[in-house]
Write a protein that binds this ligand. Structure first.
Ligand code: PLP
Length: 404
């Protein structure tokens, strides 16, 4: 998706400079073909009856949801807001899975009323709440129990979700108790077992371990299921990670499933959009070893939150001498860095592209320091479309009361 032509950076067939001129900086730019390629790698590798439910949290822009909806995909949502977005994007409720540890009564009521594909249950209390609402509404609810397999996923501790110290899912013994409850309730139908051990996992073995445990649980307890949901997808390359190809990962997973009639659900987010997006940002000032740019941690929280690495490249390449800079934003926090110790040739006014910003960046952005959130643009060949306007200053306080 990114290429230099005559030392000028292009996103598909549009130059980074022309995008910055047209839409100003900072801005998010996504490549449509890159999103489509990444998505199709999953649908090709997990053919029907297996199903892909895109994890909306990775990037919830309506245009991206609409694009994936047009390919017939499903959606994994973790809030009432995400469910509403997906419906707004034109999805059928039957394409929605509802995950998350803290589903509110209102959110569960909405999900049941809509008749979504299924709810991933994370606790006994949540199951009780679902049963009570389903009985009150007189509706049947399809559920999957999320098992916590107690597996180290070899990723950052903040995005590890499948060990027993994490808040997610239930232990296998507890899952059995939930199965018994479900069997005794007419409105609740157990259709699946789910599991999500973490994100940005770059090797196959943790997924294989998790699936083996789940299959063991299903077989030992003679559960008749429609599907097994193995959670998020593979990690991506931010710096020097070498995740396997989606096909290789899918072959390993599908070979464990054997000739079972149970289909698989995969909920990839990061690997669909992360490397399909960049942030374009201009250098405001150079000071000591700092390159101070106009994007900040409110636009890109990952380096401050997880110490994540994002490659930073110039929009115009030249042969001048490089210097080592910490690329930092304008926010009043020393955690506001976008890249440390980067070799760059830059001067104020220069345009930079921060790579791998399609996932967990715009969707995790905020207004901290009263900064309007950036514009988002989708590039498709030579065309570019504004898919989210830059917030205005007035929008910063539009929900606030001035009369107290
Ligand atoms: N499914 C669930 C339940 C998740 O919590 C997440 C993210 O953490 C995902 C899917 C998406 O994971 P990834 O972006 O690594 O594919």
């Amino acid at each position: 998706m990114l290429d230099y032509i005559d030392d000028k950076l292009y996103i598909e067939a549009v130059s980074a400079e022309s995008l910055a001129d047209q839409f100003a900086t900072p801005c998010f730019v996504y490549s449509k073909s890159s999103i489509l390629d990444n998505y199709r790698a999953y649908t090709d590798s997990f053919p029907s009856p297996h199903r892909i439910f895109y994890a909306v949290k990775a990037n919830s822009n309506l245009s991206i949801l609409r694009l994936l909806n047009s390919l017939g995909g499903g959606f994994d949502c973790v809030s009432g807001g995400e469910i509403a977005r997906v419906i707004q994007a034109g999805a059928n409720p039957k394409q929605i899975i509802f995950s998350g540890v803290g589903k509110s009564e209102t959110e569960i009521r909405t999900a049941i009323t809509l008749g979504i594909h299924s709810i991933n249950i994370e606790s006994s209390g949540e199951l009780d709440r679902i049963e009570y609402i389903a009985s009150e509404l007189g509706k049947d609810v399809r559920v999957a129990i999320r098992i916590n397999p107690d597996i180290e996923a070899d990723t950052h501790s903040y995005i590890t979700t499948g060990t027993k110290k994490d808040k997610f899912g239930v232990a296998p013994l507890q899952a059995l108790e939930l199965c018994a409850k479900i069997n005794s309730w007419p409105h609740i139908i157990l259709v699946g077992i789910s599991c999500h051990i973490g994100s940005q996992i770059s090797s196959i073995s943790p997924f294989v371990n998790a699936l083996e445990q789940i299959l063991n649980f299903v077989n030992c307890n003679k559960l008749q299921l429609e599907f097994i949901d193995i959670g998020g997808g593979l990690g991506v390359t931010y710096q020097d990670e070498t995740p396997p190809a989606i096909k290789e990962y899918a072959n390993s997973i599908l070979s464990i499933l054997g000739d079972s009639t149970t289909y698989l659900i995969v909920e990839p987010g990061r690997s669909i959009v992360a490397n399909a997006g960049v942030i374009l940002t201009r250098v405001e000032y150079l000071k000591n070893n700092f390159a101070i740019v106009d994007a900040g941690m409110n636009d890109l929280i990952r380096p401050a939150l997880y110490g994540s690495y994002h490659n930073i490249i110039p929009a115009s390449r030249n042969e001048d001498e490089t210097h080592t800079y910490n690329v930092v934003g304008p926010i009043c926090e020393s955690a506001d860095f976008l890249g440390k110790d980067r070799s760059l040739t830059v001067k104020p006014g220069d345009l930079l592209a921060i790579q791998s910003c399609g996932a967990y960046c715009a969707s995790a952005s905020s207004n901290y320091n009263s900064r309007p959130r950036p514009a988002e643009i989708m590039v498709d060949g030579e065309n570019c479309t504004l898919i989210r306007k830059r917030e205005t200053i007035e929008q910063l306080w539009e929900n606030e009361q001035c009369d107290v």
